[in-house]
Design a binder for this molecule. Structure first.
Ligand code: UDP
Ligand code: MG
Length: 314
C-alpha cells in the first residue's frame, strides 16, 4: 500500500472547495478501506494567491480532518507554477501524486483505475478527456487547434490531456531536475520517459465558480508551450524569407519589363504593396525572435517560481 497525495491548485475557488473536499474525502476513505492506498494519504491544496476565502476554507478543513493539508503561496503564480509548488512539496512524503483541478471537472471515478495502473508498474498515468462536451465551443476548437499546432511543430503532447495525471515519486523526482522557469508540464512530462499509461474520462461542467483561465492566460500558456518546446518558428522565419525573395525576383523581372515598355507609373501599386508586405513580415519575424530572446532573458535570471507563505501539514 502506497501513500497517495492529491495535489489541487486553487485560485479563488471558495464557491466549490467544500464540495470538492467532501467528494475527495469520500473517495479517499473508500480507497483506504479497500487497502488501495495507505491511511496517511492526504489532499494537498495549493492556494495560489486567492483573494477570496479559499485559504480560510482550507484552514478550517485542515483543523477538522487529518486528510486535508494546504500550502499558501505568497502570490498568484498561475496554474502551472502552483502545480509545481504542490508536486515539489508533496514529493517529500508521497509515493504517488495525482494532480487534479480544484473544480473537479475531471472524473474522480477513474482515480482507482489510475492507481491500479500504477501498481501494474506504470510511473505516469494520464487522464484523457474522451470528449470536450462540457467546454464552450470556442474553447473546444481552440484547444483542438492548439494540440494540432503543437504536433506540427514537433512537440510531443498527449492529445486531450490536461493536468489530471498520476505520477510516482520517481517520476516527480525526475521532473524536479528540470530547471525551466516557463513551465508547461504537459510538454515536459512526456519527455521524462518511464512506463506510461492512460485512462479515459468524461469531463464535466464546472458546478460552481467561473473558469480562472481567461483568454489572456490561455494565450500565454500556448505561446509559452510553443516557444519553450520548439525552435521551429525561428526556422520558419528563414523559409518565409526565401519565399519572399523568390516572390520579389518575379516582381523585379516584371518591373524591368514594365520599365522597358515605358509603363513605370503603373508599378506604383505593386511597389507599395510589397513595401507594406515586407515590412509586416519583418515585424512578425522580429516579434518571434523577440519571444525567444525574452525567454532566454527570463530563464537566465533563474528566479524562484513560488514562495510558501504558510504550510498546514499534519
Ligand atoms: N488555477 C490556479 N491559478 C491560476 C488559475 C487557475 O491555481 O492562476 C487553478 C484553478 O483554481 C483550477 C485549475 O487551476 O483548480 C484550473 O483552472 P480552471 O478550472 O479555471 O480552468 P479551466 O478548467 O476552465 O480550463
Ligand atoms: Mg476547470
Amino acid at each position: 500500500m502506497e501513500r497517495l497525495v492529491f495535489v489541487l491548485p486553487c485560485y479563488n475557488e471558495d464557491e466549490i472547495l467544500e464540495i470538492t473536499i467532501e467528494r475527495l474525502l469520500f473517495l479517499m476513505k473508500d480507497l483506504i478501506e479497500r487497502k488501495k492506498i495507505s491511511e496517511d494519504s492526504y489532499m494537498l491544496f495549493v492556494n495560489d494567491g486567492s483573494s477570496d476565502n479559499t485559504w480560510e476554507i482550507i484552514k478550517k478543513n485542515y483543523l477538522n480532518s487529518k486528510y486535508v493539508n494546504g500550502i499558501k503561496l505568497s502570490a498568484n503564480v498561475g496554474h502551472q507554477n502552483a502545480l509545481w509548488a504542490g508536486l515539489m512539496t508533496a514529493k517529500e512524503d508521497a509515493n504517488i501524486m495525482i494532480t487534479i483541478d480544484a473544480d473537479l471537472q475531471d472524473d474522480i471515478n477513474v482515480v482507482e483505475e489510475m492507481i491500479d495502473k500504477y501498481y501494474d508498474g506504470n510511473q505516469i498515468v494520464y487522464g484523457i478527456k474522451k470528449k470536450r462536451l462540457a467546454d464552450p465551443w470556442a474553447k473546444r476548437v481552440s484547444a483542438e487547434g492548439f494540440y494540432k499546432l503543437m504536433n506540427l511543430l514537433g512537440v510531443r503532447t498527449i492529445y486531450n490531456h490536461a493536468d489530471f495525471r498520476l505520477m510516482s515519486k520517481i517520476a516527480v523526482q525526475a521532473l524536479s531536475k528540470y530547471k525551466e522557469r516557463n513551465l508547461f508540464l504537459r510538454g515536459i512530462v512526456p519527455l521524462l520517459g518511464f512506463k506510461t499509461e492512460c485512462v479515459y474520462e468524461d469531463i464535466k461542467e464546472r458546478e460552481a465558480g467561473k473558469s480562472k483561465y481567461s483568454l489572456k492566460k490561455m494565450l500565454n500558456l500556448a505561446t509559452n508551450a510553443i516557444t519553450s518546446f520548439s525552435i521551429k518558428p525561428l526556422a520558419l522565419i528563414g523559409w518565409l524569407g526565401c519565399i519572399i525573395v523568390l516572390f520579389c525576383t518575379i516582381m523585379i523581372v516584371q518591373a524591368i519589363i514594365a520599365h522597358i515598355s515605358g509603363d513605370t507609373v503603373a508599378g506604383w501599386t505593386s511597389m507599395m504593396i510589397s513595401i507594406w508586405f515586407i515590412g509586416g513580415v519583418q515585424l512578425i519575424s522580429l516579434g518571434i525572435v523577440g519571444e525567444y530572446i525574452g525567454k532566454l532573458y527570463i530563464e537566465t535570471k533563474e528566479r524562484p517560481l513560488y514562495f510558501i507563505e504558510q504550510a498546514l501539514i499534519h
